[in-house]
Design a protein around this ligand. Sequence first.
Ligand code: WT7
Length: 650
Amino acid sequence: MTELHKNTYSVPEALAKNAWIDKAKYEALYRQSIEDPEGYWAEQAKRLDWIKAPTKIKNSSLDPKSVDIRWFEDGTLNASANCLDRHLETRGDQTAIIWEGDDPSESQNITYRELHARTCQLANALKALGIGKGDVVTLYMPMIPEAAVAMLACARIGAVHSVVFGGFSPDAVAQRVIGAQSKLIITADESVRGGKQVPLKDNVDAALTRQGAEVCEKVLVVKRTGGEIDWHAGRDLWYHEQVDGQSTECVAEEMGAEDPLFILYTSGSTGAPKGMKHTTGGYLTYVSLTHQYVFDYHDGDIYWCTADVGWVTGHSYIVYGPLANGGTTLMFEGVPNYPTPGRMGEVVDKHRVNILYTAPTAIRALRAHGDDVMASSTRESLRLLGSVGEPINPEAWEWYYRVIGNSKCPVVDTWWQTENGGILIAPLPGATDLKPGSATLPLFGVRPGIVDNDGNLLEGAAEGNLVILDSWPGIARSIWGDHERFTQTYFSTYPGMYFTGDGCRRDEDGYYWITGRVDDVLNVSGHRMGTAEIESALVAHDAVAEAAVVGFPHDIKGQGIYIYVTLTEGHEPSEELQKELVKWIRTEIGPIASPDVIQWAADLPKTRSGKIMRRILRKIAANETDGLGDTSTLADPSVVDELIEHRANR
Ligand code: WT7
């Protein structure tokens, strides 16, 4: 085992005193949640307003022959009503969303009453357009309040939202519209990030020309910038024109706890992105609980999660968790380093943010500027810091703690995945001593395990593959339209256990240290990408005969993308072709998949059965060519020498 980071930070006493959960409570409640999940979760379900309270709490089987997960299955409720209506009496005039524009001179406070009214108006407009229970609505939106309104409006009428990250390409939008058979898209003319416009509506226009995408009949367009766009009469509708005349009341649809709330696509090691299906009762209970306890959220706190609503972090910890808890959630349109590198701190000061939840890549990028980068802000309002999306290296953790948090705010490193719905492993600030680089301990109801490659559960301090041994309320229930794939992907590697795809170490204190993916999934700046997805985009280009994509260590992004390409006959390596391929990937997938390095390869290292040996390609990309390990199974070992000789990122 590699040496673990040695510093520890104990719980600040003042914080423990006021925290929801202290050490003794954590231990007792954790034990109860594992020994008596029914009792624990029956109690926790009461944090929501149910139309019909559930009497059946947990009914789940992880048997790989028939994975079937249900929580609170006989209960009924509405997620939108839980995030809005039930707060109106006590906190109607409280700010629900603080919106901070890309341009620092633009911001808005939206109260619960206003958010409720705007949600009802859109819900009524959607109904008028023929959208109802079970229909899938695609959202391809900037980080503007309408994004949250759209999610809540769908939830209100029982429509299922499928948010597509605004940085994805037209092809990626088309793929997701077709996959979900979505009849309506909500978008904006343009989004604004870092002072630049992104042509969302143009991208939608292009997406809808793809074969199969004509299933989408209507496009609702928010006017964000007033930039020029094409207009398809009969299909395109202005958001404001549809919404303005609508009533500000709309009765929330009664939904079963297991009715779908949303689909969210995520990448795996093989095949096309998977639409994870999340349902209503368990998901909302779980995100409410985790938002309250992990961030030790108290009434009046100003909470800022810097994620985009296009990712699950935005769903659970910008919208559903904070709003279910009646919190104030900050939504930021821009990027952390615009117009100044210290913008993040400036936003904290401007809105007196108490809890900041961001990603290691943002922290590393700031740290690269030196401590002075934060000189434009004091950040004295901060009480707690959170990290998510990828392993945080101890140096970045310490910098986050010392410079951003002025050495007084605990850092909660939260490990979870799109499939999980909410945080699974993380410290509770009033209960858990911190070790930089460790996500620490499991949350209530979560039973992690570490297995070796043969699936044997390892006891005590150990290193291996991270699995979860039982279901929890927030877990995805299926892959949209492909339950078989759900079972195969997550429950067949280690039968009867949920396999995370992550490697992990558990230390002698029972703390978990996530070491990164053990499958062919990349994590670039916290964005998850399948190598197979990038490879299939590449081979769709006529110049490319074969492509292999691997990750390599990158100081800021965590992982960079390294691509090996063999060309088809008649094509020669050139700088133009290199540029062309970068552009190709950006249009096929999106800018987040832009390669850092392209290496032309005469051939790729393969086993005699024709399987590409990625292990070797990873080593070459990382420039660790001394320890290539066993290459005896290679069909032609000279291929490797050739690749090393022409390594691209020296
Ligand atoms: C993968 C999931 C849901 C959070 C946003 C990303 C990595 C996530 C951590 C962390 C180490 C982390 C894992 C995981 N990851 N958080 N705190 N420490 N690794 O969600 O896109 O579904 O990606 O992100 O590798 O499997 P996602």
